[in-house]
Design a protein around this ligand. Structure first.
Ligand code: FAD
Ligand code: SF4
Length: 593
């Protein structure tokens, strides 16, 4: 059994150092440890035990301010994030511009498992076009791989973590291999109405893909597929899979899941990896820099014990950065390594975010029923206008998908607020009647679109500001292009059309893209900053996240993504991390690292 400790690491006993324990670090440590490599994971945040710390069942009336959000808890009192948020005390970042439209917001979590403890679990694959966007429309960069290279790893990750979804096979929205996905949960009433009316507009509505287990994992079949020929790994994984339950359809996933029914690094990747005895984790270990050997290879890292301020050095054959895309960029810049191309920090991207909602009289006064389900979306709208997009008919490149919400979920503090545009404002008995009448009759469409990398979006070291550890911080530059702004306007216009097709109404008309688009970073899908490519002059790594200038330094978080398809990035980060880890294992076996 590997151990988790705080502060000091066993100095030189490891093959690989992995920095960060979220989706990228968790997947990397899992693959390496299960296949026999000795791994040290360094995590800046504190230890976190989902089984004992997850407030899954608490109701809002048990929380201060009835669970409402505060600057310290931006996503509400019960949100799983610890020591994190838009601002982390003592760890600032800065912006090159005073204009809010040109500022970047950076969400960080400082805890074991990082943001995977509270992410939305939406797990969409990139499609074939998403790997070759430049070939398709001449913008941005093609990936140094194609869909076929990553498809087997998408299958593996989906089988390991447990993803529900449908069998649809639409243009650039690929299906998983047979037997990989779990059945999707039943659509809610509002989902069915959206599907029925959107279909009339030629818009598809299909089951969402989320990392939530709607059934138990097949512990007899899956371990053999994931670790062929490795009976020890198979036995460890089979035992661990039996400890994970299926979703009980009752509690918001953002609080985390103590029964391990959804994906968090802390409940899925780390337990079996620790059981191999090949993984040790040191928490409260803030990595400052990668150190260099005389031959130019990575020697190890320097980290600071967050509790004592003491500085430590550890060494290994291989160093992997997975501290989240922009934090890995920061470590690279502070180390002064892997940047012969001058591209470290360049081409940072987020997802385009815009949204629009309305009220649907057909959904008023429905009979009482419980629609909590697997939290969040049971269905979604994949991008459907590929032909128009290719023909240049839309006025912007690329596209978006809609995540939409509605239904009779557990009432919260927002339920029955903001009804004035419908009832002119009511009190007492009438207000209670209105609350019951309108409860569950709202739908909201969140557009999530592709951002094309551009020269105006980058991160650099701030020349003067340092964090509380004395480490220089990042300064952000940001500017959406006309493509993203065009998408945002299209999101609002199309959502309004769907709402109208449902016989619904909205409080305000759709607005222009400049007004509708969220600030950079707000969708919390930041990627790029150390992009992969085929040419060392214009990219930082190869397709395995291996740095061109430092062969034993790898990056397995979102920093290497050279485009940010409309598909939420985390499943792709994990698939890439598994592929990179397989590559590392091969190189280590052949003594090439
Ligand atoms: C509310 C929310 C909803 C989201 N919903 C979705 C969704 O539905 N689908 C989707 O695809 N994505 C979603 N995301 C994004 C998703 O969480 C990230 O893409 C994913 O967690 C990235 O994994 P990562 O390993 O790169 O980073 P993280 O999960 O952030 O993990 C990085 C870890 O590295 C640690 N670290 C940082 N700096 C250092 C350092 N210097 N030394 C040591 N350790 C360090 C951090 O403390 C952290 O634990 C969501 C995010 C949020 C916040
Ligand atoms: S909805 Fe299901 S997966 Fe999500 S936290 Fe609740 S039980 Fe876990």
């Amino acid at each position: 059994m590997g151990h988790i400790s705080s502060g000091d690491a066993d100095k030189n006993a490891y093959d690989v150092i992995v920095v960060g324990s979220g989706a990228g670090g968790g997947q990397t440590a899992y693959t390496l440890a299960m296949e026999g490599a000795k791994v040290l994971m360094l995590e800046a945040g504190r230890r976190y035990e989902p089984a004992s710390e997850t407030p899954m069942m608490q109701t809002n009336d048990q929380a201060p301010l009835r669970g409402a959000s505060t600057p310290e808890k931006p996503f509400g009192f019960w949100d799983a994030t610890i020591d994190g948020g838009w601002q982390v005390p003592g760890e600032p970042y800065t912006s090159a511009s005073d204009d809010p439209a040109r500022q970047f917001q950076w969400w960080r979590a400082r805890m074991l498992g990082g943001r995977t403890n509270h992410w939305g679990r939406i797990s969409l694959r990139n499609g074939p076009y998403d790997f070759k966007p430049r070939t398709r429309d001449g913008l941005g960069f093609d990936w140094p791989m194609d869909y076929g290279d990553l498809a087997p790893y998408y299958d593996k990750v989906e089988m390991l973590i447990g993803v529900y979804g449908g069998e649809d096979d639409l243009e650039n929205t690929p299906r998983s291999s047979p037997g990989v996905l779990m059945p999707a949960p039943k659509p809610r009433v509002s989902d069915l109405l959206v599907q029925h009316r959107a279909r009339k507009l030629g818009i598809p509505v299909i089951p969402m893909h989320r990392a939530v287990m709607t059934t138990r994992l097949d512990h007899q079949r899956i371990p053999k597929l994931l670790h062929p020929g490795n009976t020890r790994a198979q036995a460890i994984l089979a035992a661990d899979m039996q400890k994970r339950s299926a979703c009980i359809w009752a509690t918001p996933c953002g609080r985390g899941c103590s029964i391990r029914a959804n994906y968090q690094s802390t409940t899925v990747h780390l337990p079996p990896a620790l059981d191999t005895g090949n993984l040790d984790i040191v928490t409260d270990a803030m990595v400052r820099a990668v150190t260099k050997r005389a031959d130019g290879k990575a020697e190890g890292v320097i980290y600071i014990d967050r509790k004592t301020g003491a500085e430590h050095r550890v060494k290994a054959r291989v160093v992997v950065l997975a501290a989240s895309a922009l934090e890995s960029v920061r470590i690279l810049l502070n180390s002064g390594v892997a940047n012969a191309s001058g591209k470290v920090g360049k081409y940072i991207m987020d997802t385009v975010g815009a949204g629009f909602g309305g009220q649907i009289p057909l959904l008023e006064n429905l009979p009482l029923h419980n629609e909590d389900g697997a939290d969040f979306g049971h269905m979604y709208i994949p991008w459907w206008l590929y032909k128009e997009q290719l023909a240049g008919k839309l006025g912007f490149a690329r596209g978006y998908h809609f995540e939409f919400g509605g239904g009779r979920l557990m009432p919260n503090m927002g339920t029955a607020s903001g009804l004035e545009w419908l009832n002119g404002g009511t009190y007492g008995r009438k207000f209670k009647e209105d609350a019951r009448r309108y409860y569950g009759s709202f739908v909201y469409f969140s557009g999530r679109g592709e951002m094309i990398p551009n020269e105006d979006c980058f991160a650099e070291l701030d020349p003067s500001v340092k964090d509380k550890f004395g480490i220089p911080v990042l300064r952000f530059h940001w500017k959406w292009s006309s493509h993203e702004i065009g998408q945002a306007a299209h999101v609002e216009k199309t959502a309004a059309e769907i709402i109208e097709a449902m016989g619904g109404r909205y409080a305000r008309p759709p607005q222009s893209g400049e007004k509708g688009i969220k600030q950079g970073g707000v969708i919390i899908h930041e990627v790029g900053g150390a992009i992969m490519g085929t040419d060392p002059k214009s990219s930082v790594t190869n397709s395995y996240g291996q740095c061109w200038d430092m062969k034993n330094l790898f990056i397995t978080d979102g920093a290497t993504l050279c485009s940010n398809a409309d598909k939420n990035p985390t499943l792709t980060i994990m698939a890439l991390a598994w592929r990179a880890s397989d590559h590392m294992l091969g190189l280590m076996k052949r003594k090439e690292l």
